[in-house]
Every structure is written in structure tokens, then in C-alpha cells.
Design a protein around this ligand. Structure first.
Ligand SMILES: [Zn+2]
Length: 102
């Protein structure tokens, strides 16, 4: 995928990943009266149903933790699952995918 490392590709809230479209549907405010909104009109420090912040996921963040965990605990896992798909917890659309060595 051709994305800039700092572009937002998804959000985390309600203990799952959600695509930008679903996040906008649920959380977008009237951007004109709010100064602290991001590029998708999502206000910083807005809370989900569990009282946690809705957190943007940047293209550069996405698989870093995953790769570290895999290396440390389960390198065999990748032989069986060489492609990992990040999907939206609301609409189940694919947000991004990871392939070993890419
Ligand atoms: Zn979605």
C-alpha cells in the first residue's frame, strides 16, 4: 500500500480496530466549532463507550508491536499464517494487510 507513515489508517476504540469510515459515522463532530480535530474530523480526547480515548492508528505504527511479538514468542506462527489482515471491528472491511518480508 502506498501510504505516508503519518497518515491515519484506522482508529482503536471499544477494544478493537475500526476503519475511518465507521469511526467518522460514530464520532465525527461538527468540525467548524472544534479546533482540535484531526484530518478526518475526529476530535482528540473523545471517549468510547468504555471511557477510553479514541486513538488514531498511523500507517507507521501498525505492525510494529505485532512483529516484535512474533519474533519473540512464535516465529513458527508465520509459517502457517504468512499474511495477516487487519479488519474493521464494525463493518469487517479490510483496513490493511501484512505479509512477511514486506
Ligand atoms: Zn468499518
Amino acid at each position: 500500500m502506498t501510504q505516508k507513515a503519518w497518515s491515519i489508517i484506522a482508529y482503536t476504540y471499544d477494544a478493537d480496530y475500526h476503519c475511518i469510515h465507521c469511526t467518522i459515522k460514530q464520532f465525527r463532530q461538527n468540525a467548524e466549532w472544534s479546533i482540535d480535530v484531526d484530518e478526518h474530523g475526529i476530535r482528540q480526547e473523545i471517549e468510547d463507550s468504555e471511557g477510553n480515548y479514541v486513538t488514531p492508528l498511523f500507517a507507521s505504527d501498525e505492525w510494529i508491536n505485532f512483529e516484535m511479538l512474533i519474533e519473540e514468542y512464535c516465529s513458527d506462527y508465520l509459517k502457517e499464517n504468512p499474511i495477516q489482515i487487519l479488519a474493521c471491528g464494525t463493518c469487517h472491511d479490510e483496513i490493511d494487510r501484512w505479509k512477511e518480508g514486506e
